[in-house]
Design a protein around this ligand. Structure first.
Ligand code: CMX
Ligand code: CO
Length: 145
């Protein structure tokens, strides 16, 4: 069951400048940052609020680290902006299977590694009314990232 907006993914050209904008304009702070080689991004997670399912909602600022990454390709075509939304669930495997069963393309056979040791998969935007949609199960609270 999808129980929260886990994050909104925002593509930017310069992560440091974009983080500065969110800090100075809204007073948000970076909760976590990392490089995800597989996804081809350098990212910062800004925690916005905690949620009733025990998780939290974040902004995920994404800067491409490779020209052939999905985010680089998207920036080239669209410029900076909202790239995807992510729903949080305790069971990304089960929810992805259920959604696949409804005829929506799930991009990965098995969930991959996301921010902070989470497990993530994506639904094809063309099957979701134009919205690239991610499903996330957070790492257990005691897990190492
Ligand atoms: N939102 C909405 N539509 C999108 C989109 C997005 N983010 N990215 C691509 N599309 C649309 C394009 O506009 C295009 O539509 P048209 O054919 O009407 O022009 C169509 O999808 C195909 O786009 P493309 O530019 O040819 O891109 P690809 O098919 O090569 O890749 C996708 C699209 C969704 C398969 C790819 O972006 C992907 O695998 N995404 C999942 C991984 C990802 O996004 N990782 C970065 C974030 C990591 C994280 O969140 O941790
Ligand atoms: Co994301």
């Amino acid at each position: 069951m999808l129980t929260r907006i886990d994050h909104i993914g925002i593509a930017c050209r310069n992560l440091d400048e974009t983080v500065k904008f969110y800090e100075e304009t809204y007073g948000f702070t970076v909760f976590h940052s990392e490089v995800n080689e597989e996804q081809g991004v350098r990212e910062a997670m800004l925690k916005i609020n905690e949620t009733s399912d025990g998780g939290a909602s974040y902004l995920q600022l994404l800067e491409p680290i490779r020209e052939d990454s999905t985010v680089a390709k998207w920036l080239e075509k669209n410029g900076e902006g909202v790239h995807h939304i992510a729903f949080g669930t305790a069971d990304v495997d089960g929810d992805a299977d259920a959604i696949r069963g409804k005829g929506v393309r799930v991009l990965y056979d098995e969930p991959r590694r996301g921010s902070m040791g989470s497990r993530i998969t994506f639904l094809h935007p063309k099957d979701c009314h134009g919205v690239l949609t991610e499903l996330v199960t957070s790492a257990p609270a005691d897990a190492e990232h």
